[in-house]
Ligand binder design. Structure first.
Ligand code: ADP
Ligand code: ADP
Length: 223
């Protein structure tokens, strides 16, 4: 579970997060939905430790993470534009987080093969990122983020740069991944349809505050 309590963040005279409170339940796939500039990325980056709130408290699994560096927060992060290591193969990219943690080679290889299978890149391990499509690259990014067994998976508009058809396909992958791995996931999106399609909880942001939070059925009357 992630708790965000009374978090404020200002940039000069602009309030990006305004006394914001939210609870992300363990194992949920929670979407942060809201218009551009509503503070979604700032909130996600604050959870990741890439941004530092001016005040307030964020906990992950009961631990106050103020001052804890990003790499010690047990987080996997996927951005809209994935910064893959271009000179490394798909396998090496996915293994990266494990390699720097000096896990045994055999263990890494088994884990990476497993994850590449889960994201449907089983036959692509020896390719380079430039030889993948945009959708395949984002699936590689998901596998890489999951390789370290994160407590929390943070996704910032991960499908935003892809065309509609690939986006739809990636949503299906994400749902499947979440069903199989049960990692507590927070997805930033400005696309209501995406939130409705993949999330089991939706938090609607506006001007740095949570306006509503609930299940898709609670928030939107859908047949
Ligand atoms: P969203 O993800 O909902 O589009 P953001 O969290 O990226 O919103 O940004 C919220 C507001 O804070 C925006 O108006 C943005 O321009 C501003 N902002 C974000 N980061 C910075 C920064 N580093 N410096 C100044 N303003 C920023
Ligand atoms: P996205 O919404 O695609 O995640 P953003 O527009 O939020 O991208 O911003 C990307 C980066 O630029 C972030 O590091 C953010 O903090 C910074 N940023 C956003 N808005 C501003 C701004 N008005 N001034 C300075 N930096 C900004």
């Amino acid at each position: 579970m992630i708790t965000v309590e009374h978090v404020n963040k200002r940039y000069d005279d602009f309030t990006a997060l305004d006394d914001l409170n939210i609870i992300v339940p363990s194992g949920s796939l929670t979407a942060l939905l809201g218009p551009s500039g509503s503070g979604k990325s700032t909130l996600l980056r604050s959870i990741a430790g890439l941004e530092h709130p001016d005040s307030g408290t964020i906990t992950i699994a009961g631990r106050d993470i103020t001052g804890v560096p990003p790499q010690q927060r047990g987080i996997g992060f996927v951005f809209q534009h994935y910064a893959a290591f271009t000179h490394m193969t798909v396998r090496e990219n996915v293994a990266f987080g494990l390699t720097i943690r000096k896990q045994p080679k055999k263990q890494i290889a088994a884990k990476v093969d497993d994850l590449l299978g889960v994201v449907g890149l089983g036959g692509f391990q020896d390719r380079y990122p430039a030889q993948l499509s945009g959708g395949q690259r984002q699936r590689m990014a998901l596998a890489r983020a999951l390789a370290i067994d994160p407590q929390v998976l943070l996704l910032d508009e991960p499908f935003g740069a892809l065309d509609a058809k690939v986006r739809e396909e990636l949503r299906r992958w994400l749902r499947r991944l979440h069903r199989e791995m049960h990692v507590t996931t927070v997805l930033v999106t400005h696309d209501q349809r995406e939130a409705l399609d993949v999330a089991d909880r939706i938090a609607v942001l506006n001007t740095g505050r949570i306006e509503q939070v609930g299940s898709p059925a609670d928030l939107y009357d859908r047949p």
